[in-house]
Design a protein around this ligand. Structure first.
Ligand code: 0A1
Ligand code: ZN
Length: 876
């Protein structure tokens, strides 16, 4: 087999032929679906007459082909594994093809496949070529007319993009529906769904007074789990009108829930297809976090209607054009609907753990890569989350008002077109007059910039001098980096007053919270008229995706934790303080020295527990220790056991010292109110559950009893799952096992709850976790063919730091075995689930060698391009 070849950004050429209109007919059958396509084609004016017509196509069986009604002779076209070429075509013509495909054999879940007896599609990025021969690239935009034919009894519901225009009966118990989508779209936004589905319906009147019908289609047993998604959709529609003046543009908007789906959801025009985990919620089956995630994903997909669909990407290198912008939009939406500081804390805390790791690992790539082998490998945290951070920086550089004008210009100028990141940033530069040329390096340079900072207060001159040095480490293929334009929001907090001091820079007075611009490798900023010695509060709100170092003492951090006016930085000061203590304890563990708890951390926590707060959700975040994964990110080489031991020690020390406070907090925040996924209730529950986790950390009778009672009360899934997790992760197997068993039996019928049941067990720190994974892989509710199950069992286990990294290598072996099986079944998921192994260089011996050996074992297999690309990079 020849090695998979990369595609390069620099090779981009406009298509020789464009499709102005696409007519499709699907005659659905599990093993032989017939797809007829009529493409209205014309030569692109920039291309020479006589250019051959090249169409993409994979795993298709061609049955018929004709141009302008004339069947082609075999020497007039050529078929390959990846497509079809017609040697000579007129300037403008109709191409008719007919192919056969087998949805039931499609385990990759790209193209048309079957999920629980229901037909559905996933076409982004290059799935449409598994449906019919087509120029399957985002810069070919056509209107679509789609007829779906199926068995009237088994498939009563037949859906596609746009509006239904005709339906009828057919001989043999079949029926059809024809759908028209008047908005030109690329093939990746095509969708089809057919099955025995039920709907809930609602409506929304747009700002210009048009009535839109909203439908959520689900299997009958899930009809009671759609309220929250529907409410979220309406809020998102309203928000996009108010915030971006974007109005919906069809009469119908549909969401469908499917159980087998590679990702979260997909923004197909007028027919969003969702992983059921990203849409279904019920107080008894979904946690607060799941409710919030559903709200965010529903909004994300809806927002794509403008940022992605009306204005789309010229090529897949521009993926962050739609994804970075849309993630930024959904983050702002969620911040407006919930606690804004908590949303920021959660996003950043995830970002700094997972995206920083990606940016420091063997698969690091810029927000706009310049080559790829398999594009589905590039739906990454860098493209999505770092892309969103960069758009956020733009919005802060321009200010909201100018950013909105830039966004208006972008949507107006490029409506109906497929464009580039330059086009987007160009609009921002045009409306603001800013020079964004240096800023563009954020898109081309991989790696996380590191900023080393020093500050000095001159008592005599009343000046505060800040010296900043930026450096971006080398990443694969990019040994040398240039300085970036980094906006740094900051304040100076007076040590006497505890307040933000007024800032004066170069004679200009800037208020008490400002943004300075770091453009050079090293820059000095001298703030004048600083009336008292300050502690600097730097990178407020995480104003740039960088690692910032400042030699804070523990007193400084405790001070900021108490006084910083920026909630995000208050939280961050607490995290930094805990990190200093954790680092000492990690060293103690490694040196075999007795561990001693830093009393300053205890006192800082005591202070937090004693202050009245009106944002309980922020307090809950502040009381939460950095995760083991985040701590690992801070280490030069990861010592899994020392990190685990140090964190457990801090948790238990805090619990022992502050037991009464946690007990009070727990009691004060208990509530019998009917469950609602509202910010106040969510905040209260998270605070109560943080307290319960500390109480359980020492596993005394009272803590155990509280967890047991909370589990048994069965009030809502947030509380039940939290209590069950605490019990299962404790050493009290006598209580945990019956609870786990009862839970598994009660929810055996609900796949999404069973996912949680799997995850809870295999993330436990006790040494039997791996054996449980193996055992559960034979459980009737488990299937390697279902991506949610793979994530819930295998993915979750790989997050179990102590057990995945077992010193006998059994954890690595298990993951590699799964990757090898999935490489054939579902390459996209195989290439994702392998990630933890690719980070082998971060670990100490013998783990490095063990992980590497598993990667080499995988490399010896016949690999899909997806897994090949990742493994080659990891072993390069
Ligand atoms: N565009 C979707 C994500 C998505 C990407 C690829 C998929 O299959 C390979 C599926 C969904 C989003 O951003 O939500
Ligand atoms: Zn998206």
């Amino acid at each position: 087999m020849s090695e998979p070849q990369p595609t390069y950004l620099s090779d981009y050429r406009p298509p020789a032929y464009r499709v102005t209109h696409t007519e499709l007919t699907f005659d659905l059958d599990p093993s032989a679906t017939r797809v007829k396509a009529r493409l209205h084609l014309e030569r692109h004016p920039e291309h020479e007459p006589g250019a051959a017509l090249e169409l993409d196509g994979e795993q298709l069986t061609l049955k018929a082909i004709a141009i302008d009604g004339q069947p082609l002779d075999e020497d007039e076209y050529a078929l390959t594994d990846t497509g079809l070429r017609v040697h000579r075509v007129p300037q403008r013509f109709l191409l008719d093809t007919e192919v056969n495909i087998a949805p039931e054999a499609n385990t990759a879940l790209e193209g048309l496949y079957l999920s629980n007896g229901m037909y559905c599609t996933q076409c982004e990025a290059e799935g449409f070529r598994r449906i019919t021969y087509y120029p399957d690239r985002p810069d070919v935009m056509a209107t679509f007319s789609t007829t779906v034919i199926g068995d009237a009894v088994q498939l009563p519901i037949l859906l596609s993009n746009g509006n239904p225009v005709e339906r009828g009966e057919l001989p043999g118990g079949r029926h059809f529906v024809t759908w028209d989508d008047p908005h030109p779209k690329p093939s990746y936004l095509f969708a089809l769904v057919a099955g025995d589905l039920k709907k809930v319906e609602d409506g929304f009147t747009t700002m210009s007074g048009r009535d839109v019908t909203l439908q959520i289609w689900v299997e009958e047993e899930n009809l009671d789990k759609t309220d929250h998604a529907m409410a979220s959709l309406k809020r998102a529609m309203q928000w996009d009108e108010e915030t971006y003046a974007r109005e919906y543009d069809l009469d119908l908007f549909m969401i469908v829930a499917v159980n087998d789906f590679n990702m979260g959801a997909m923004e197909n025009k007028g027919l969003n297809i969702f992983n059921s985990a990203a849409v279904l919620t019920h107080p008894h089956t979904a946690t607060d976090a799941a409710f919030q995630q559903v709200e965010g994903i529903v909004a994300h997909e809806y927002f794509h209607n403008w940022s992605g669909n009306r204005v789309t990407c010229r090529d897949w290198f521009q993926l962050s054009l739609k994804e970075g912008f849309t993630v930024f939009r959904d983050q702002c939406f969620s911040a407006d609907t919930n606690s804004a500081p908590v949303k920021r804390i959660q996003d950043v805390s995830f970002f700094r753990t997972a995206q920083f790791a990606e940016d420091a690992g063997p698969t690091a790539h810029p927000i706009r890569p310049d080559h790829y082998i398999e594009i589905t490998n590039f739906y990454t945290l860098t493209i999505y989350e770092k892309g969103a951070q960069v758009v956020r920086m733009l919005s802060n550089l321009l200010g909201w008002e100018a950013f909105r004008r830039g966004s208006d210009l972008y949507f107006e100028r490029y409506d109906g077109q497929a464009v580039t990141i330059e086009d987007f940033v160009g609009c921002m530069a045009e409306v603001s007059g800013l020079d964004l040329s240096q800023f563009m390096r954020w898109y081309s340079q991989a790696g996380t910039p590191e900023i080393d900072t020093q500050g000095e207060y001159d008592y005599a001159k009343c000046e505060y001098r800040l010296v900043l040095r930026q450096r971006t480490p080398a990443t694969p293929g990019q040994p040398d980096k240039l300085p970036l334009h980094i906006p740094l929001r900051l304040g100076l907090v007076g040590t006497k007053s505890g307040r933000d001091l007024p800032l004066t820079l170069d004679g200009e007075s800037l208020g008490s919270d400002t943004v300075i611009h770091l453009r050079e490798e090293e820059q000095e900023f001298v703030f004048t008229d600083v009336s008292e010695a300050p502690v600097p509060s730097l990178l407020r709100g995480f104003s740039a995706p960088v690692k910032l170092r400042f030699p804070y003492g523990r007193e400084d951090l405790a001070f900021l934790l108490q006084h910083d006016s920026d909630d995000f930085n208050r939280w961050d000061a607490g995290q930094r303080l805990a990190m200093l203590a954790l680092e000492d304890l990690i060293a103690a563990h490694r040196n075999g020295v007795e561990k001693v708890m830093d009393t300053r951390v205890v006192e800082a926590f005591r202070g937090l527990l004693a202050t009245e707060t009106d944002d309980k959700a922020v307090l809950a975040e502040m009381l939460t220790l950095p995760t083991e994964a985040y701590i690992a990110e801070q280490q030069a080489l990861v010592d899994v056991d020392a990190i685990h031991a140090a964190r457990e020690f801090v948790k238990q020390s805090l619990a022992a010292a502050l037991r009464d406070d946690f007990l009070r907090l727990f009691e004060e925040n208990r509530s019998d109110a009917a469950y609602a996924p509202e910010p106040e209730q969510i905040a209260q529950r998270s605070l109560k559950n943080v307290a319960l986790a500390y109480l359980m950390a020492i596993e005394d009778d009272q803590g155990i009893e509280l967890a047991r009672t909370q589990f048994a009360a069965d009030h809502n899934m947030t509380d039940v799952r939290h209590a069950l997790t605490l019990l299962v992760h404790s050493s009290r197997t006598d209580i945990a096992e019956p609870a786990l068993k009862a839970f598994g039996e009660a929810w055996a019928h609900d796949p999404l709850v069973m996912d949680q049941w799997f995850s809870i067990q295999v993330t436990r720190p006790q040494p039997d976790a791996l054996e449980r994974v193996k055992f559960l892989m034979d459980h009737p509710a488990f299937s390697l063919k279902n991506p949610n199950k793979v994530r819930a069992l295998i993915g979750a286990f790989a997050q179990n730091r102590v057990n995945f990294h077992r010193l006998d290598g059994a954890g690595y072996r298990l993951l590699a075995d799964v990757v090898i099986t999935l490489n054939q079944l579902n390459p996209e998921i195989a290439a994702r689930i392998i990630t933890p192994l690719t980070r082998w260089q971060r670990f100490e011996e013998p783990r490095q060698e063990l992980m590497k050996a598993e990667l080499e074992r995988i490399r010896a297999e016949e690999l899909s391009p997806n897994v090949y690309e990742v493994v080659e990079k990891a072993l390069a």
